[in-house]
Design a protein around this ligand. Structure first.
Ligand code: SF4
Length: 376
């Protein structure tokens, strides 16, 4: 069973294609245990980027008055997989949301999407078709990169402020309005439903990843590939290279540049294929400027660090001597913020310096790169 159908499924179509959740097998407290054990046996991990074991999160949030938050915001502009999922297969996500709510004994659920998201009407229509045990409301969250970080969602649903809260307490301890809260990406919830509909062992054997592929490929968009497919295979699933690719940004805006396309990867929400005619440093500078502008400016690494490294990259492009300063600054960003936003920017910048090292020297020598127009 693939996660993504070729066209949108209503409830009847979803049940014909994917089956019906066998609720009777998961009845009562024993059933909750069996459900979490099935998730553990499937080795399901979060699809929002962190890859944390879902069974551990479910156990941590299991409590009276708990709540489930489905994260369908997708703040990374390079990723569209959650939008594709909520558009084409909303009922698979909603089945997973109900299963997660049942597993932790939740009394309520919220499905978060970005304000103005194209999926809102379709999700509302899907909810209207269902008669779920746990009520689900849809919340529209400000369209900011860090607003979809899990503690930012908790804070927004509690107080209307969509900035990250920091590392402690975790949402499972004290989340929305002080209640134990499970925050789970909608892709993870769809996978959770698949675990139950297929059975954990069949699921493990047939596991797939949704990846948004952009850049120099023939068919940019969301592809579904077997877990562990190489980056070369991911590009092939998007129609193959439309022109020669010099490097791939694996993991979205907070990901890493690489030229190694043959090893197996899993859990990457997005990859961008940089054509050989483009400048990797210019593209990185553009993404870093975006990440600096999207910070919530609560912590030092974001308030001072991200604008500094964005400025350093702009200086590199002009041929300035910023590489040594970047090498000193980047380690100071990692692990210092209240959320992982600066870590992603530091990872991106460090990988760019490594992969585009020759371009750094070319810029330094001539003030401009080998790419005529500095195409980003
Ligand atoms: S690290 Fe940045 S984005 Fe994260 S909480 Fe601090 S200021 Fe906000």
């Amino acid at each position: 069973m693939t996660i993504l159908p070729p066209h949108r499924l209503d409830l009847a179509g979803h049940r014909r294609r994917n089956g019906v959740v066998p609720w009777v097998a998961y009845h009562g407290d024993d059933g909750r245990d069996r459900l979490i054990e099935a998730v553990e046996a499937a080795d399901l991990r979060g699809r929002g980027g962190a890859g944390f074991p879902t069974a551990v999160k479910l156990r941590a949030a299991r409590a009276k008055r708990s709540i489930v938050v489905a994260n369908g915001c997708e703040g990374d502009p390079l990723s569209q997989k959650d939008v594709a999922l909520l558009t084409l297969s909303p009922h698979l996500v909603l089945d997973g949301l109900q299963l997660a709510a049942h597993a932790i004994g939740a009394a309520g659920a919220v499905l978060c999407v970005h304000a103005g998201s194209p999926v809102t009407a379709g999700v509302a229509a899907a909810l209207a078709e269902r008669d779920d045990r746990v009520p689900v409301r849809v919340a529209e969250v400000p369209r900011r990169y860090v607003a979809s970080e899990e503690t930012a969602l908790v804070r927004y649903l509690t107080s209307g402020d969509a900035r990250p809260l920091g590392k402690l307490p975790r949402p499972a301890e004290r989340g929305v309005r002080g209640r134990p809260t499970l925050v789970s990406n909608v892709d993870t919830l769809a996978q959770l439903a698949s675990v139950v509909l297929l059975g954990p062992h069949h699921y493990r054997a047939a596991r797939t990843d949704l990846v948004t592929v952009t850049g120099a490929v023939r068919r940019p968009g969301v592809v579904e590939v077997p877990a562990g497919t190489s980056l070369a295979g991911v590009l092939a699933a998007a129609g193959g290279e439309a022109e020669t690719v010099q490097a791939v940004l694996a993991g979205g805006c907070g990901g890493s540049w690489t030229t190694s396309l043959d090893g197996g990867v899993t859990g990457l929400p997005a990859v961008y294929a940089l054509p050989v005619r483009a400048c990797g440093l210019a593209y990185t500078a553009k993404v870093l400027a975006f990440l600096a502008a999207e910070s919530a400016r609560q912590c030092g690494p974001c308030t001072f660090g991200l604008p500094s490294i964005a400025a350093d990259f702009a200086e590199l492009l002009r041929g300035g001597p910023a590489a040594d300063r970047l090498a000193r600054r980047l380690p100071l960003l990692t692990g210092r913020g209240a959320c992982a936003h600066p870590d992603g920017a530091a990872r991106l910048a460090a990988s760019a310096l490594r992969v585009f090292d020759a371009d750094v020297h070319t810029h330094r020598a001539g003030g401009r790169c080998r790419v005529p127009a500095g195409v980003a």
